[in-house]
Design a protein around this ligand. Structure first.
Ligand SMILES: *Cc1c(COP(=O)(O)O)cnc(C)c1O
Length: 368
C-alpha cells in the first residue's frame, strides 16, 4: 500500500541538493560559523524580498517572538492580545517576557483572530497584539492597524506559517512593528534544522533586536542588557539563501495544489474548503478543511487506513491546555474549529498522482 505523508520534503531536497551541498562546503571552508557573511547576506536578501528596512536571523521562530516582544517594549505585568487557535509558542513567548496573554476568539472563515472582538479585550495593561497568519492566510491587518493605532498598541506579527504571503499587496511581516518568522523544516521557507528571523522598519527596535540576540550587547564585551544567545547559524543561512529565490515558485505550486483541492472537494456536503479573502495572497502552509457532522475523526481514521496522512492543527485550543487550567473564559469558535479541522497533504512538489489518491480517498469516505 502506498503511504502518503502530510508533508514530504524529499523531492525538494533532491531538486536543490547540489547547490545546497556546494554552499555548505563553502561555509565549512570559510571557517566562519556564527554571524558571518551568509547571515548578513541572507538578512539583506530577505529584507529586500519582504520590503522592510531590517531583518535579523535568530535561533527559532519562538525566539523571534520572545525577542520581538521585548524589542517592542513588552515586559512584566503587560497584557498581549492574541488568538487561542495557534501553536503554543505564540502564547508561550508572551509568558517568557513576563507578560500575560489575553485570548480573543477567531473568525470561523479564516481561523484568524476576530478583530471585531479585540476592542472589548483591551485594558489599561494591554501593550501589544500578536496576529498569527494561520495556515498561511493573512490576518485582517487593516482592522488590526486601526485598533492598534486607536489604543497605542504594538503589533507583533507571527508569520511562522506565512512566509511570502501578502495582505493588500504587502508582504506579511512588513506591516506590524515587528515580524517574527520561523525556518523550522516544514515551514514554507524552512531549513534543515531550527532557525528564525525578525523584521522591523524602526531603527530603535532594530537596535534592540540586534542587541538582544547577542547577549544584550552591540559592542562585544560591553553588555548593556540581559539578552539571549540566539543566532541563525551560517550553515542554515547558506541553505536558506539557496531556497529563498525558489520560494515564490514553491508558494505558487502550493496555490495550484490548493486550487485543485478546492475544485474537487467543494461539492462534498460535509466538507468546507479554505478560501482566500479579498486582498489576501494565501500561501497554504496548510490546506485545512472543516469536516462537519462529527465526521472529522472517522475521516482521519479512514484516510490512515488508505495510507493517506492528515493532521489536526490544532486539537486543543490554547485556553484548554493543562498549563492554563485556571484560565477563565470560553472561545466557542476556537473550540469548534479544534473539533472540525483537518489538514491534508500539502507540499510544493506533490505530484498530481498523489493528490488524486488523496482526493479519491476523501470522496470514497463520503460515498461509502
Ligand atoms: C512554528 C511556529 C512557531 C514557532 O517556530 P519555531 O521555529 O518552531 O520555534 C510559532 N508560531 C507559529 C504559529 C508556528 O507555526
Amino acid at each position: 500500500m502506498i503511504k502518503i505523508p502530510i508533508f514530504d520534503s524529499s523531492a525538494e531536497v533532491a531538486s536543490i541538493n547540489e547547490e545546497v551541498m556546494a554552499s555548505i562546503q563553502d561555509v565549512l571552508f570559510s571557517g566562519q560559523f556564527i554571524l558571518g557573511p551568509q547571515v548578513k547576506e541572507l538578512e539583506k536578501e530577505i529584507a529586500e524580498y519582504l520590503g522592510v528596512r531590517y531583518a535579523f536571523g535568530v535561533n527559532s521562530g519562538t525566539d523571534a517572538l520572545v525577542i520581538g516582544l521585548r524589542a517592542a517594549g513588552v515586559g512584566n505585568g503587560d497584557q498581549v492580545i492574541t488568538t487561542p487557535f495557534t501553536f503554543f509558542a505564540t502564547s508561550e513567548a508572551i509568558h517568557q517576557v513576563g507578560a500575560e496573554p489575553v485570548f480573543v476568539d477567531i473568525d470561523p472563515i479564516t481561523f484568524n483572530i476576530d478583530v471585531k472582538q479585540v476592542e472589548k479585550a483591551i485594558t489599561a495593561q494591554t501593550k501589544a497584539i500578536i496576529p498569527v497568519h494561520l495556515f498561511g492566510h493573512a490576518s485582517d491587518m487593516s482592522a488590526i492597524e486601526l485598533v492598534a493605532k486607536r489604543y497605542g498598541l504594538k503589533i507583533i506579527e507571527d508569520v511562522a506559517q506565512g512566509f511570502g504571503g501578502e495582505f493588500q499587496g504587502k508582504k506579511l511581516g512588513s506591516i506590524g512593528d515587528v515580524g517574527c518568522f520561523s525556518f523550522f523544516p516544514t515551514k514554507n521557507l524552512g531549513t534543515y534544522g531550527d532557525g528564525g528571523l525578525l523584521t522591523t522598519n524602526d531603527e530603535a527596535t532594530a537596535r534592540l533586536i540586534r542587541m538582544l540576540r547577542a547577549h544584550g550587547s552591540e559592542k562585544k564585551y560591553h553588555n548593556e542588557m540581559f539578552g539571549y544567545n540566539s543566532r541563525l547559524d551560517e550553515m542554515h543561512a547558506a541553505i536558506l539563501r539557496v531556497k529563498l529565490p525558489k520560494l515564490d515558485k514553491w508558494n505558487e505550486m502550493r496555490r495550484r495544489i490548493a486550487a485543485r483541492y478546492q475544485r474537487e472537494l467543494s461539492d462534498l456536503q460535509a466538507v468546507i474548503v479554505p478560501t482566500e479573502q479579498e486582498g489576501v495572497m494565501h500561501v497554504y502552509h496548510q490546506f485545512t478543511i472543516r469536516v462537519l457532522g462529527g465526521h472529522r475523526d472517522s475521516l482521519k481514521q479512514f484516510l490512515a487506513e488508505q495510507g493517506v496522512g492528515s493532521m489536526v492543527y490544532y486539537p486543543v485550543p490554547l485556553h484548554r491546555l493543562p498549563v492554563y487550567h485556571d484560565m477563565e473564559g470560553t472561545f466557542p469558535e476556537s473550540e469548534q474549529a479544534a473539533e472540525e479541522v483537518l489538514s491534508l497533504p500539502m507540499w510544493p512538489l506533490m505530484s498530481s498522482e498523489i493528490q488524486s489518491i488523496v482526493i479519491k480517498a476523501i470522496q470514497d469516505y463520503f460515498l461509502k
